[in-house]
Design a protein around this ligand. Structure first.
Ligand code: XMP
Length: 484
């Protein structure tokens, strides 16, 4: 199985991750690299095929030309297909079609094996005068060319992406992986668990391992996997940073004890975190301070416990977003068993290891916790106000049954003064709810008005220091999930 994978080059936007996941869903192993990967790195990785995705509207100089001359098959999709054409010297004759459903006929070739024609949504098709060696492989009824290839060099370009739930699109990807690149569909969770347990035993040796758990699905799945591999040489630790939601620390510890049979060591670091946050109102400084205290606390516990290695539930998107160097601990003393898994795969891993649904379906909660949702300086008074308001919102959302369709819903305490009816200034509070699992493509939660009315009335009645309740309906086009 050596090098039996497709390398996905990410030109920016959500498409690269989506394509990598689609291939993994069909059991072909994928890894993702940024577009800046040079020929040397690509050759060192030595994948069986390269898929280039994303980069809609990006500059041609950002296209990874090095990938085209390594003798490794390439499939470029969407904007990357148009860039490939231009990088190969094709002349663009203008955009011919945007945002339409078009019937596309596939020419017989390995990429389209077992496909004839299909209707599909295309965002954009440009016309090109194709350079020597390239031939049209997909055409629309009115003669546009959304797909072209140079068979001798195994370079394929399609100006569209497989849509979600698109069986033909899935066949195109698996044809590329299997027929053109020679990959085998070996990737499965059972296989991953088996290989990873061997890897954990090998890396940990006879040392004791420490794992910080938070109540989230990543660290819980990691705890079960590590437990299977090294048994009671694993110690789980729960750092109470004082920035958790109302009742959360107790709820997490009870769930670990009663549902997983694990008793995490509870470290009360509330005063330490709040002490370091005192006087800080810049979001970057707040995050940095929290991260540094967290490292300090864990390092102390690590030494006190005589541990030899620290485990973290870092997942693949953390690595892609932060880079491998942002993990904070000495790499020789760090193990990240979930580092190659996407979030949906972590949930699958959890299921297979018997993690209860109360863990798997839990909404994500950021490591820096309420510090990101308490704008400006974090004080005990503001935190208490935020915690109560957040608890009221959560209770009302849960009572209405809306919680099941939301990815995250929470309150944010702003630093903006707002005049109350009784004549004093309180803070403006924001309610936010989002759907969708991806940070790049979430949508506003569209909560019913009567639910928002009830919540605002309760907050008004119970928390006189909230001067105004505001509903945030911003989506991923222009906003992040968190306010800070
Ligand atoms: P943003 O705000 O970047 O959030 O759109 C995307 C997702 O990541 C979570 N988030 C964090 N999680 N540490 C975390 O562990 C952080 O610093 C952090 N910032 C954001 C956020 O809740 C959402 O799920």
């Amino acid at each position: 199985m050596e090098n039996d994978f497709i390398l996905v080059l990410d030109l920016g936007g959500p498409e690269a991750v989506l394509m990598a996941r689609k291939l993994r869903n069909q059991r072909y192993y994928t890894e993702i690299l940024a577009r800046s990967a040079d020929a040397e790195l690509l050759l060192r990785k030595s994948p069986r095929g390269i898929l280039i995705a994303g980069g809609e509207g990006g500059a041609l100089e950002n296209f990874p030309r090095a990938a085209l001359s390594l003798g490794i098959p390439v499939l470029a999709l969407g904007g990357a297909a148009r860039m490939l054409a231009q990088a190969e010297g094709a002349e663009c004759e203008g955009t011919q079609l945007t945002d339409k459903v078009a019937q596309i006929t596939f020419q017989p070739c390995d990429l389209f094996d077992s496909l004839g024609a299909s209707d599909r949504f295309v965002q954009r098709i440009d016309a090109f005068r194709l350079p020597g060696g390239f031939k049209p492989i997909a055409t629309t009824l009115d003669g546009l060319v959304p797909g072209f290839a140079d068979f001798d060099r195994s370079l394929y370009a399609l100006q569209f992406y497989p849509e979600s739930n698109d069986p033909d699109g899935a066949v195109i990807l698996s044809n590329f992986a299997e027929r053109i690149c020679g990959c085998t569909p070996f990737w499965s969770m059972e296989n991953y668990i088996r290989r990873e347990i061997d890897y954990i035993r090998d890396r940990v040796g006879n040392r004791k391992a420490l794992l910080a758990v938070s109540g989230g699905v990543d660290s819980a799945a990691c705890a079960l996997l590590m437990g299977r591999a090294i048994g009671d040489r694993l110690t789980c630790v729960f750092v109470d940073n004082g920035l958790l939601r109302e009742g959360e620390a107790e709820a997490v510890l009870t769930a670990y004890r009663e549902e997983l049979g694990i008793e995490p060591l509870r470290i009360d670091a509330r005063d330490r975190f709040l002490g370091w946050l005192k006087g800080l109102s810049d979001p970057v400084e707040k995050r940095r301070a929290m991260y540094n205290v967290y490292l300090d606390v864990l390092t102390e516990v690590f030494e006190e416990q005589g541990a030899g290695i620290i485990a973290q539930g870092t997942i693949y998107s953390d690595l892609l977003n932060d880079g491998p160097s942002a993990r904070g601990f000495d790499p020789d003393r760090l193990i990240e068993p979930l580092r190659m898994l996407f979030k949906d795969e972590v949930r699958d891993l959890g299921e297979q290891l018997g993690l209860p649904h109360s863990f798997i379906d839990r909404q994500s909660f950021p490591g820096p916790g309420l510090a990101l949702r308490c704008c400006g300086e974090v004080t005990p008074e503001k935190l208490e106000l935020l915690r109560r308001a957040d608890a009221i919102f959560r209770e009302e959302v849960a009572a209405s049954g809306q919680d099941k369709r939301l990815a995250q819903y929470f309150a944010v305490l702003t630093d903006t003064p707002a005049l109350t009816r009784s004549g004093h200034f309180g803070n403006a509070l924001v309610l936010r709810a989002v759907t969708g699992q991806s940070a790049d493509s979430f949508a506003p939660g569209r909560l019913p008005n009567d639910l928002m009315d009830r919540t605002a009335q309760r907050i008004g009645r119970e928390l006189p220091d909230i001067g105004r309740v505001v509903y945030d309906i911003t989506g991923s086009d222009s906003a992040t999930v968190e306010w800070e």
